[in-house]
Unconditional design. Structure first.
Lengths: 190, 666, 162
């Protein structure tokens, strides 16, 4: 009888146990939300740790820049940044100065222009400056889908072997530059 | 000045709730009648204070007082008056005040209607409600003060989210809150019972009306929310298994289990510990919903702009109320008296099965909603749990539930026989089978909707069998049957009607399973044949609303050359807030909905302008919500039963009823 | 008919498909039905909790088109799902894949039902053991009196059955 009672007591403690475990979990989530380690919207890229899918894109003729293909992302002299952008995308304007800064520091920034018109893309570069050393035009947005991009801007960092090490969906911010982008680039260059 | 009065009133309410949570509880503990007697006046005073606070907030919105931060963020002078008022609770801060007001109304109702409650139980119930009120008032005042001022005042507000500028969404939250808060009352009763260490039939009789009322309001709230999603989101769906929708479904499921098991407590003094647990769970899940929506741990179209600091506060409240109540449960529940005995095959047994299945469905929804969050927390993996999962995981549990739903009411208490029940239901089974075959043939061999039709008709026929059987159909003369049916307890009618309502909703959902749609681009004057109708786009024009501009299409729907409907779907643009919404046009004849949405406009292949239209044909769609209304009606009817009515009837009325009954059987 | 011809032309030259005829639907109704079923299983990544069939976001449109192109090209449902899954990971699947990480999720219905049945069995056995000593647990006279005092007696009519 006494063992039966104690087992019954375990059942009686079940709701409390679930509530406490759940509460602890929620507390950790809230803490993570505040320090950025928990983000219910941050979806990791499937490409992390892998080389990029095969592709080749047409160039933006008017810019005179060389175009971009998967072959250009293998056996590199150093890490590169690949940035998906469009002239119609407002956050792209916000992050643009950071790309320019990377470009000035000699980091190769390769651009993929997403669902854009050639004239608009050119006007954007003329007006805001050109951070890209290579630029491909992905008008149908198919290469973006192959990369698993789900919106612009989206930025990838690839190491020398062309393996994707980092991905950010959304505009690059000063915090991201100092906390993620610059340290990673330094490490990959070393 | 008025906002300060409101703010002050809320602070007063906070003070009152402190007194309400301490004095009666202490009095009940000491057996001090004077202290216990403070419970009711404190509850009434609390209602007045919160009422003044809420009134002051409405006033600030109505006069568009731009010195109040909340008004600036959520209102605009160009908004129609009705949406200025409803905008009061269309935001986080205001909705918290409404939540607290609802709680105050319920506490006052317990105080007012509960004159015959044993004073110890009543004091403890009101004290627990005072504690809940205390927590949420503190949350409102310290983290979400709706009366914060801004200086200098901006010239005008920033407008309300246009999606919220809608009558469905204006009445949806208050209904949900009444539901959630109703479970605060049953929660308070459960906690009081745990403190007293006893649950008896009288307790069951007090908990039942509150669980019925809460469930009826929750049913209406969920139905209106789903109806809103149907006509406002413009995608023709009515239930998306969105985390926030799930958060409201969880207390509904557990609440449905509660209102059934409370009957067993009342009639048979069985399932006591379990019923107490359900009462705790129903409110715990209501609070969980509040936490999920407002803390920012999940993102949804429905959630308020969220803030982790608030989340921590709500989590703290949850810890106190939920963990506290469960700890009390673990401590006190074993002391409860042993349970009444019944055979597995009995009305009680049926209700246990109902509880088991409802709670299993609730467990699936609960785990499905929280699993991605916890998996992300523990492993960093991101997964989605969407409609395909829920449909697949809940259907096998819902099907036996529906089958049992028609059988349960026909079973006798304590011990029933299986075959007589089946015998009485054989023609209901025939109808269900017929519906299945017909739906299969007419619906293009779609097994799932056909099964749904069978379930729906099974429940409808089951409800008829239930009432017929109670009235002695087939055992006595028809005139007698009608007479007896008329004098059946309202609870019996209520149960049958609520079950039939579920059947109606299932029919509607099954009809939706046969819905068809067409996406087409038409130039002005272009026509298309779809779902047996001829649809002609007459044109698209500009239209000016009070605080929005829109493009409005005019579509003429014809059959055999006769004009049936003119539908005007539109796309609205709200300059304040820079948002676009789609306004679907819906025409119903109850047998089906025609549903049209205006998409983008563009240059067609031949150079002329075309508009993209999405046309839907949705058989039986309106019955989803009508069924929910019938369910709520059934619960309301049951609530009005003299046996469960909150106020005990006076002697004279009872005598009159007895006389009537005597006349009926004579 | 002219529009259909245009759609085919668009298909032939993917570079032009960016106009992404949003009304693009497969001609064959069974193929279109399949496309829709697949679409309902795929999450629109930029919106919350909507399938690509239910969303007007541009990526959802692209994916709708992509699904239909692949089906038109003769891909099986599995192949199309795998194609999208390879690019967007588990997050894109509204029906999570069954693996070690989701085992508990998928087991929930069975666990809940079995756990409930087990609890009922245990409690009944205990109840039966207790009842063997005490007999039927009914209201005591005192309780009955108290009940009658608090609330009017239950109307037993119409609720008790043979």
């Amino acid at each position: 009888m006494s063992t039966a009672t104690s087992r019954r007591n375990l059942l009686i403690f079940a709701p409390l146990g679930v509530a406490l475990a759940g509460g602890t979990g929620f507390y950790l989530m809230l803490r993570g939300l505040q320090d950025g380690s928990f983000n219910p919207r941050g979806v990791p890229s499937v490409l992390i740790g892998r080389t990029v899918p095969e592709f080749s894109l047409p160039p933006l003729e008017s810019s005179g820049l060389p175009t971009l293909a998967s072959a250009d992302l293998l056996n590199l002299p150093g890490p590169v940044v690949v940035n998906f952008w469009a002239s119609w995308c407002v956050p792209c304007i916000i992050e643009h100065p950071h790309l320019m800064a990377l470009h000035r520091r000699g980091v190769p920034v390769y651009g993929v222009n997403y669902k854009d018109r050639a004239n608009d893309a050119q006007a954007f570069l003329t007006r805001h400056g050109n951070p890209y050393t290579r630029l491909g035009m992905d008008q149908p947005g198919r290469v973006a889908i192959d990369w698993g991009v789900y919106g612009v801007p989206e930025t990838y960092i690839l190491d020398r072997q062309g393996v994707v090490r980092w991905r950010w969906a959304g505009p690059i911010t000063p915090e991201l530059m100092s906390q993620d982008v610059n340290p990673l680039l330094d490490r990959l260059r070393a | 000045m008025i906002p300060e009065i409101g703010h002050f009133a809320l602070i007063m309410a906070l003070m009152l709730s402190v007194a309400q949570s301490v004095l009666p509880l202490w009095g009940a503990h000491r057996g001090d009648a004077r202290l216990m007697a403070t419970a009711s006046p404190l509850a009434f005073a609390g209602l007045v204070a919160v009422g003044v606070g809420f009134g002051a907030l409405i006033w600030s919105f109505v006069v568009n007082d731009t010195t109040v931060m909340n008004v600036v963020q959520n209102s605009h002078s160009a908004k129609p008056l009705i949406y200025k008022i409803t905008g009061t609770w269309g935001n986080h801060e205001g909705s918290m005040v409404l939540w607290v007001l609802t709680l105050a109304i319920c506490a006052a109702a317990v105080a007012g209607f509960g004159r015959d409650l044993p004073s110890g139980l009543k004091s403890r119930v009101l004290a627990v409600m005072g504690m809940i009120s205390l927590g949420f008032l503190a949350f409102t005042l310290f983290t979400s003060n709706p009366f914060d001022r801004v200086w200098p005042p901006p010239p005008d507000g920033q407008g309300l989210n246009p999606l919220l500028q809608d009558i469905g969404l204006a009445i949806h939250p208050p209904l949900l809150y009444v539901g959630y808060v109703g479970y605060a009352v049953t929660f308070a009763f459960a906690v009081a019972a745990l403190i007293e260490g006893r649950v008896d039939a009288a307790w069951g009789r007090w908990v039942r009306p509150w669980s019925l009322a809460a469930w009826a309001f929750l049913t209406m709230g969920i139905a209106i929310g789903s109806w809103w999603a149907y006509y406002e989101l413009g995608w023709g769906g009515f239930w998306f298994w969105d985390p926030v929708e799930n958060a409201s479904l969880l207390p509904w499921l557990v609440g449905a289990a509660l209102l059934h098991s409370a009957i067993v407590v009342e009639k048979r003094e069985a399932l006591k510990v379990w019923t107490v647990l359900l009462a705790l769970l129903a409110f715990a899940l209501s609070l969980l919903g509040t936490f999920l929506v407002r803390s920012g741990v999940l993102n949804s179209v429905h959630s308020f702009a969220s803030d982790p600091a608030r989340g921590v506060f709500i989590l703290g409240l949850l810890a106190v109320y939920v963990a506290g109540a469960f700890a009390l449960f673990a401590w006190r529940a074993p002391a409860m008296a042993p349970q009444g005995v019944f055979s597995p095959l009995s009305r009680e047994g049926g209700i246990v099965l109902n509880n088991l299945l409802l709670c299993s469905i609730a467990a699936v929804v609960f785990v499905g909603t929280l699993y991605p969050l916890f998996l992300d927390l523990l492993t960093g993996q991101m997964i989605s749990v969407g409609p395909p999962f829920y449909n697949m995981a809940t259907a096998p549990l819902a099907f036996p539930l529906v089958v049992a739903m028609a059988m349960g009411p026909l079973m006798a208490w304590k011990r029933a026989a299986f075959w007589p029940v089946l015998q009485r239901l054989w023609w209901a089974a025939c109808i269900a089978l017929l519906a299945f075959i017909l739906a299969l043939v007419l619906g293009g061999w779609n097994a799932l909707p056909a099964l749904g039709f069978a379930c729906g008709f099974w429940l409808l026929a089951g409800a008829v069998v239930d009432i017929g059987d109670r009235s002695g159909l087939g055992r006595t003369k028809l005139a007698n049957v009608f007479n007896r049916a008329r004098h059946l307890p309202r609870a019996a009618w209520g149960a049958a009607i609520a079950h039939a309502g579920m059947g109606v909703t299932i029919l509607g959902i099954s009809g939706m399973g046969l819905a068809t749609e067409r996406l087409i681009a038409l130039p002005a004057g272009g026509t298309t044949q779809f779902a047996g109708y001829e649809w002609r786009l007459d044109g698209v024009r500009d239209f000016q609303g009070p605080n929005w501009t829109s493009r409005k299409a005019s579509i003429t729907v014809m059959r055999d050359g006769q004009v049936l409907h003119v539908m005007e779907p539109s796309r609205r643009f709200f300059p304040v807030g820079r948002m676009t919404t789609t306004e679907a046009a819906i025409r119903t004849n109850l047998a089906r909905d025609l549903y049209a949405v205006l998409g983008e406009e563009r240059d067609g292949p031949t150079g002329q302008r075309e508009a993209v239209l999405r046309l839907h044909h949705k058989p039986l769609a309106p019955w989803i919500w009508i069924g929910a209304g019938i369910m709520a009606l059934g619960a309301g009817l049951s609530l009005s039963d003299r046996r469960v009515r909150i106020a005990a009837p006076n002697r004279r009325r009872r005598e009159a009823e007895e006389a009537a009954r005597a006349g009926a059987t004579a | 008919m002219k529009r259909l011809a245009l759609v085919l032309a668009l298909l032939a030259s993917p570079a032009l498909a960016q106009i992404g005829d949003t009304t693009y639907r497969l001609e064959d109704p069974t193929q279109e039905q399949r496309a829709r079923e697949i679409g309902r299983e795929l999450r629109c990544l930029v919106c919350q909790n909507q399938s690509i069939e239910d969303s007007d976001a541009s990526l959802a449109r692209d994916l709708r088109l992509l699904v239909r192109e692949q089906i038109a090209a003769g891909a099986s449902n599995d192949e199309v799902m795998r194609f999208v899954h390879q690019r967007y990971g588990d997050f894109v699947l509204l029906r999570p894949p069954v693996n070690t990480a989701t085992l508990l999720l998928w087991a929930t219905p069975v666990l809940a039902l079995a756990g409930g049945l087990f609890a009922i069995w245990r409690i009944r056995r205990r109840g039966a053991a207790a009842a063997a000593g005490v007999g039927e647990v009914e209201l005591t006279e005192a309780e009955r009196a108290r009940l009658a005092q608090i609330v009017p007696a239950p109307d037993s009519k119409g609720d008790h059955r043979a």
